[in-house]
Design a protein around this ligand. Sequence first.
Ligand SMILES: Cc1cc2nc3c(=O)[nH]c(=O)nc-3n(C[C@H](O)[C@H](O)[C@H](O)COP(=O)(O)O)c2cc1C
Length: 205
Amino acid sequence: MPPRESGLPRLLLFPGSLRRDAYQRRLIEYFLTLIGDRCEPDMLVADLPLFDQDLEQDAGVIERVAALHRRCVAADGFIVASPEYNGHVSPYVKNTVDWVSRLARVDARFADARPFRGKPLLLACASTGWTGGLLGLRDARTLFGYLGCLVQADQICVSDAAHWASEGPFRFEPAFADHIASTLLDFCRLAAALKTRDSDNGSFA
Ligand SMILES: Cc1cc2nc3c(=O)[nH]c(=O)nc-3n(C[C@H](O)[C@H](O)[C@H](O)COP(=O)(O)O)c2cc1C
Protein backbone atom coordinates (compact mmCIF):
# COMPACT_ATOMS: atom_id res chain seq x y z
CA MET A 1 0.00 0.00 0.00
CA PRO A 2 1.53 3.40 -0.93
CA PRO A 3 2.22 5.77 2.01
CA ARG A 4 -0.49 8.32 2.81
CA GLU A 5 0.97 11.79 2.39
CA SER A 6 -1.35 14.06 0.48
CA GLY A 7 -4.47 14.37 2.63
CA LEU A 8 -6.41 13.49 -0.52
CA PRO A 9 -8.97 10.69 -0.31
CA ARG A 10 -7.55 7.28 -1.04
CA LEU A 11 -9.65 5.61 -3.73
CA LEU A 12 -9.50 1.93 -4.41
CA LEU A 13 -9.97 1.49 -8.15
CA PHE A 14 -11.22 -1.92 -9.16
CA PRO A 15 -11.37 -2.92 -12.83
CA GLY A 16 -13.63 -5.95 -12.64
CA SER A 17 -12.11 -7.89 -15.53
CA LEU A 18 -8.85 -9.82 -15.70
CA ARG A 19 -8.75 -9.78 -19.50
CA ARG A 20 -5.45 -8.39 -20.81
CA ASP A 21 -7.08 -5.67 -22.94
CA ALA A 22 -10.09 -5.23 -20.67
CA TYR A 23 -12.25 -2.20 -21.34
CA GLN A 24 -12.84 -1.90 -17.59
CA ARG A 25 -9.13 -1.35 -16.94
CA ARG A 26 -8.89 1.11 -19.83
CA LEU A 27 -11.91 2.95 -18.46
CA ILE A 28 -10.32 3.23 -15.01
CA GLU A 29 -7.11 4.45 -16.68
CA TYR A 30 -9.19 7.09 -18.46
CA PHE A 31 -10.69 8.10 -15.10
CA LEU A 32 -7.18 8.49 -13.70
CA THR A 33 -6.31 11.04 -16.37
CA LEU A 34 -9.16 13.14 -14.94
CA ILE A 35 -8.85 12.60 -11.18
CA GLY A 36 -5.33 11.28 -10.68
CA ASP A 37 -4.41 14.53 -8.91
CA ARG A 38 -7.63 14.60 -6.84
CA CYS A 39 -7.08 11.35 -5.00
CA GLU A 40 -4.53 8.79 -3.89
CA PRO A 41 -5.33 6.01 -6.34
CA ASP A 42 -4.82 2.38 -5.41
CA MET A 43 -5.39 0.11 -8.41
CA LEU A 44 -6.64 -3.32 -7.42
CA VAL A 45 -5.79 -6.57 -9.17
CA ALA A 46 -6.92 -9.49 -7.04
CA ASP A 47 -5.24 -12.88 -7.33
CA LEU A 48 -7.52 -15.15 -5.34
CA PRO A 49 -8.89 -18.61 -6.08
CA LEU A 50 -12.58 -19.22 -6.65
CA PHE A 51 -14.15 -18.98 -3.22
CA ASP A 52 -14.30 -22.27 -1.39
CA GLN A 53 -14.90 -22.37 2.33
CA ASP A 54 -12.35 -25.17 2.67
CA LEU A 55 -9.68 -22.72 1.50
CA GLU A 56 -10.35 -20.61 4.60
CA GLN A 57 -7.90 -23.04 6.26
CA ASP A 58 -5.20 -22.23 3.70
CA ALA A 59 -2.78 -19.77 5.36
CA GLY A 60 -1.32 -18.64 2.03
CA VAL A 61 -4.72 -17.73 0.60
CA ILE A 62 -5.82 -16.01 3.79
CA GLU A 63 -2.63 -13.95 3.82
CA ARG A 64 -3.50 -12.66 0.33
CA VAL A 65 -7.08 -11.96 1.38
CA ALA A 66 -5.79 -10.07 4.44
CA ALA A 67 -3.55 -7.88 2.27
CA LEU A 68 -6.54 -7.03 0.11
CA HIS A 69 -8.74 -6.46 3.12
CA ARG A 70 -6.22 -3.95 4.54
CA ARG A 71 -6.31 -2.01 1.29
CA CYS A 72 -10.11 -1.90 1.46
CA VAL A 73 -9.99 -0.72 5.08
CA ALA A 74 -7.47 1.99 4.12
CA ALA A 75 -9.66 3.21 1.26
CA ASP A 76 -11.85 6.28 1.66
CA GLY A 77 -13.94 5.24 -1.31
CA PHE A 78 -14.20 2.85 -4.22
CA ILE A 79 -14.61 3.08 -7.96
CA VAL A 80 -15.66 -0.25 -9.42
CA ALA A 81 -15.88 -0.84 -13.16
CA SER A 82 -17.52 -4.21 -13.67
CA PRO A 83 -18.31 -5.80 -17.01
CA GLU A 84 -21.86 -7.03 -17.43
CA TYR A 85 -22.01 -10.79 -17.78
CA ASN A 86 -25.50 -12.02 -18.64
CA GLY A 87 -27.03 -9.10 -16.84
CA HIS A 88 -24.92 -9.49 -13.71
CA VAL A 89 -21.72 -8.33 -12.10
CA SER A 90 -18.59 -10.26 -13.13
CA PRO A 91 -17.74 -13.38 -11.11
CA TYR A 92 -14.30 -11.88 -10.50
CA VAL A 93 -15.81 -8.88 -8.69
CA LYS A 94 -18.20 -11.08 -6.69
CA ASN A 95 -15.45 -13.54 -5.82
CA THR A 96 -13.12 -10.80 -4.60
CA VAL A 97 -15.82 -9.23 -2.47
CA ASP A 98 -16.85 -12.62 -1.05
CA TRP A 99 -13.30 -13.32 0.10
CA VAL A 100 -12.82 -9.89 1.67
CA SER A 101 -16.17 -10.04 3.42
CA ARG A 102 -15.39 -13.46 4.94
CA LEU A 103 -12.13 -12.48 6.62
CA ALA A 104 -13.83 -11.20 9.77
CA ARG A 105 -15.20 -14.71 10.34
CA VAL A 106 -11.89 -16.41 9.61
CA ASP A 107 -9.46 -14.27 11.59
CA ALA A 108 -10.61 -12.55 14.79
CA ARG A 109 -8.05 -9.76 14.31
CA PHE A 110 -10.22 -8.48 11.46
CA ALA A 111 -13.53 -8.83 13.27
CA ASP A 112 -14.01 -5.12 13.96
CA ALA A 113 -12.53 -3.72 10.76
CA ARG A 114 -15.08 -2.44 8.28
CA PRO A 115 -13.69 -2.67 4.76
CA PHE A 116 -16.83 -1.35 3.02
CA ARG A 117 -19.38 0.04 5.47
CA GLY A 118 -20.15 3.73 5.19
CA LYS A 119 -17.77 4.32 2.28
CA PRO A 120 -18.77 6.00 -0.98
CA LEU A 121 -18.70 3.88 -4.11
CA LEU A 122 -19.03 4.88 -7.74
CA LEU A 123 -20.05 2.26 -10.27
CA ALA A 124 -19.01 2.14 -13.90
CA CYS A 125 -19.17 -0.25 -16.81
CA ALA A 126 -17.85 -0.38 -20.34
CA SER A 127 -19.84 -2.82 -22.41
CA THR A 128 -19.65 -3.90 -26.01
CA GLY A 129 -23.46 -3.89 -26.07
CA TRP A 130 -25.95 -1.04 -26.34
CA THR A 131 -27.06 -0.83 -22.72
CA GLY A 132 -23.69 0.16 -21.25
CA GLY A 133 -24.02 -2.59 -18.66
CA LEU A 134 -27.03 -1.10 -16.91
CA LEU A 135 -28.34 -4.46 -15.72
CA GLY A 136 -24.98 -5.58 -14.42
CA LEU A 137 -24.62 -2.35 -12.47
CA ARG A 138 -28.02 -2.87 -10.90
CA ASP A 139 -26.66 -6.16 -9.63
CA ALA A 140 -23.44 -4.45 -8.45
CA ARG A 141 -25.57 -1.82 -6.68
CA THR A 142 -27.35 -4.56 -4.74
CA LEU A 143 -24.08 -6.30 -3.87
CA PHE A 144 -22.20 -3.24 -2.64
CA GLY A 145 -25.28 -1.83 -0.94
CA TYR A 146 -25.56 -5.09 0.97
CA LEU A 147 -21.99 -4.59 2.16
CA GLY A 148 -22.87 -1.14 3.47
CA CYS A 149 -21.24 1.02 0.80
CA LEU A 150 -22.76 4.39 0.02
CA VAL A 151 -23.44 3.49 -3.60
CA GLN A 152 -23.84 6.70 -5.55
CA ALA A 153 -26.91 7.29 -7.67
CA ASP A 154 -24.73 8.58 -10.50
CA GLN A 155 -22.88 5.94 -12.46
CA ILE A 156 -20.88 5.82 -15.67
CA CYS A 157 -22.14 3.50 -18.40
CA VAL A 158 -20.20 3.24 -21.63
CA SER A 159 -22.00 1.42 -24.43
CA ASP A 160 -20.36 0.27 -27.65
CA ALA A 161 -16.95 0.29 -25.95
CA ALA A 162 -15.16 -0.96 -29.07
CA HIS A 163 -16.14 2.25 -30.85
CA TRP A 164 -14.85 4.58 -28.11
CA ALA A 165 -11.62 2.66 -27.52
CA SER A 166 -10.83 1.61 -31.07
CA GLU A 167 -7.27 2.96 -30.83
CA GLY A 168 -6.53 1.66 -27.33
CA PRO A 169 -7.32 4.33 -24.76
CA PHE A 170 -10.89 5.62 -24.46
CA ARG A 171 -11.79 8.83 -26.29
CA PHE A 172 -15.32 10.19 -25.94
CA GLU A 173 -17.36 12.83 -27.65
CA PRO A 174 -17.18 16.11 -25.68
CA ALA A 175 -20.64 16.04 -24.05
CA PHE A 176 -20.14 12.53 -22.69
CA ALA A 177 -16.57 13.34 -21.65
CA ASP A 178 -17.95 16.31 -19.69
CA HIS A 179 -20.54 14.08 -18.02
CA ILE A 180 -17.85 11.59 -16.99
CA ALA A 181 -15.55 14.34 -15.71
CA SER A 182 -18.25 16.03 -13.61
CA THR A 183 -19.42 12.68 -12.18
CA LEU A 184 -15.84 11.83 -11.16
CA LEU A 185 -15.10 15.25 -9.72
CA ASP A 186 -18.32 15.18 -7.69
CA PHE A 187 -17.34 11.76 -6.40
CA CYS A 188 -13.86 12.93 -5.39
CA ARG A 189 -15.38 15.91 -3.58
CA LEU A 190 -17.76 13.62 -1.71
CA ALA A 191 -14.99 11.18 -0.76
CA ALA A 192 -12.84 14.08 0.46
CA ALA A 193 -15.70 15.55 2.51
CA LEU A 194 -16.54 12.20 4.12
CA LYS A 195 -12.88 11.56 4.87
CA THR A 196 -12.61 14.95 6.58
CA ARG A 197 -15.81 14.36 8.51
CA ASP A 198 -14.72 10.91 9.65
CA SER A 199 -11.26 12.06 10.71
CA ASP A 200 -12.86 14.94 12.67
CA ASN A 201 -15.55 12.80 14.31
CA GLY A 202 -14.21 9.28 14.13
CA SER A 203 -15.67 6.89 11.60
CA PHE A 204 -19.36 6.18 12.17
CA ALA A 205 -19.06 2.81 10.48
C1 LIG B 1 -19.87 -14.44 -20.35
C2 LIG B 1 -20.14 -13.09 -20.97
C3 LIG B 1 -21.38 -12.52 -20.81
C4 LIG B 1 -21.64 -11.24 -21.33
N1 LIG B 1 -22.85 -10.67 -21.10
C5 LIG B 1 -23.05 -9.39 -21.50
C6 LIG B 1 -24.26 -8.72 -21.15
O1 LIG B 1 -25.12 -9.24 -20.47
N2 LIG B 1 -24.41 -7.43 -21.57
C7 LIG B 1 -23.45 -6.79 -22.30
O2 LIG B 1 -23.63 -5.63 -22.65
N3 LIG B 1 -22.30 -7.41 -22.66
C8 LIG B 1 -22.08 -8.70 -22.28
N4 LIG B 1 -20.91 -9.32 -22.59
C9 LIG B 1 -19.93 -8.61 -23.42
C10 LIG B 1 -19.02 -7.72 -22.59
O3 LIG B 1 -19.57 -6.41 -22.53
C11 LIG B 1 -17.64 -7.66 -23.24
O4 LIG B 1 -17.08 -8.97 -23.30
C12 LIG B 1 -16.69 -6.73 -22.53
O5 LIG B 1 -15.55 -6.56 -23.34
C13 LIG B 1 -16.27 -7.26 -21.16
O6 LIG B 1 -15.50 -6.31 -20.48
P1 LIG B 1 -13.88 -6.32 -20.46
O7 LIG B 1 -13.44 -5.84 -21.83
O8 LIG B 1 -13.52 -5.32 -19.40
O9 LIG B 1 -13.42 -7.70 -20.17
C14 LIG B 1 -20.64 -10.58 -22.08
C15 LIG B 1 -19.38 -11.19 -22.24
C16 LIG B 1 -19.13 -12.40 -21.68
C17 LIG B 1 -17.75 -13.00 -21.83
